[in-house]
Design a protein around this ligand. Structure first.
Ligand code: ATM
Length: 242
């Protein structure tokens, strides 16, 4: 990629001047069925083809502990899970993911692509379950201090499309991960509205990507955003190095 995310000139500059450059941290968000996981893998492949080192992770999950918590969180539960317990488990998985996967990969200068992160807690446990958003932000600062994405891609699609896609995928895959899918449309409307609001409130970090379009078009739009992000980042590293 000529104008690609990272040039050898940039890494040299960082090394010579001793400027500490953490690898870029990108998260992808959206309601279930928005196509984010497919797009995350396209993006990872494209970055790798461009010569970048990329770590892909997801939440809840990404580590053995996180995958165990994922099963407890997403598979049908023998008893209703209290919203506060759900939130605490999401953050336990996140703390492990940050400590074991995200931070070490960033320290090695790799790109980190994470399928959902704390914005999902704000959308699902905040807007969806009604937990105060300040409490969620405080929990983030307490448990994963300073671990914030540089860029967040929010994929948006009408619920009539996303719900159908998500439920069809569950049936196709035979997966047991249906606890959230059992929620009604009003729950997902609140989640979607929270993501739209986040994109409005944090335009520096967040890019809203309309994802009803064909996959390849969505992938191009994402690549365009990532290239622009990488160019800005290169400029700022050069600025620090001078
Ligand atoms: P994925 O299917 O995108 O991996 O997400 C699993 C579910 O976890 C998703 N449910 N649906 N539909 C959203 C939920 N989730 C939260 O509720 N809070 C969080 O903090 C995270 C990371 C995920």
């Amino acid at each position: 990629m000529g104008t690609g995310p990272r040039s050898s000139e940039q890494s040299e500059t960082a090394t010579i001047t001793g400027v500490l450059e953490l690898g870029p941290f990108i998260t992808i968000e959206g309601v279930d069925g928005s196509g984010k996981t497919t797009q995350l893998h396209y993006l990872a492949e494209r970055l790798r083809t461009a010569g970048e080192r990329v770590t892909v992770t997801r939440e809840p999950g990404g580590t053995a502990l996180g995958d165990g918590l994922r099963r407890l969180l997403l598979e049908p539960s023998p008893e209703p899970i209290a919203p506060a317990a759900e939130l605490a488990m999401m953050f336990a998985a996140r703390a492990q993911n940050c400590a074991r996967i995200i931070e070490p990969a960033r320290q090695r200068g790799e790109w980190v692509l994470c399928d959902r992160f704390s914005d999902a807690s704000l959308a699902y446990q905040g807007a969806g379950r009604g937990i105060d958003s300040n409490t969620i932000r405080q929990l983030h600062e307490l448990l994963v201090p300073g671990c914030y994405p540089d860029l967040t891609l929010i994929l948006d699609v009408e619920l009539s499309i996303s719900l159908k896609r998500a439920r069809a995928r569950l049936v196709r895959s035979g997966s047991q991960e249906g606890r959230f899918e059992a929620e009604g449309a009003a729950f997902f409307e609140r989640v979607r509205a929270a993501y739209l609001e986040l994109a409005r409130r944090e335009p520096e970090r967040c890019r809203l990507i309309e994802s009803a379009a064909p996959e390849q078009q969505v992938a191009e739009r994402i690549w365009h955003e990532v290239e622009a992000f990488a160019a800005t980042r290169r400029q700022s590293v050069r600025g620090q190095a001078q």
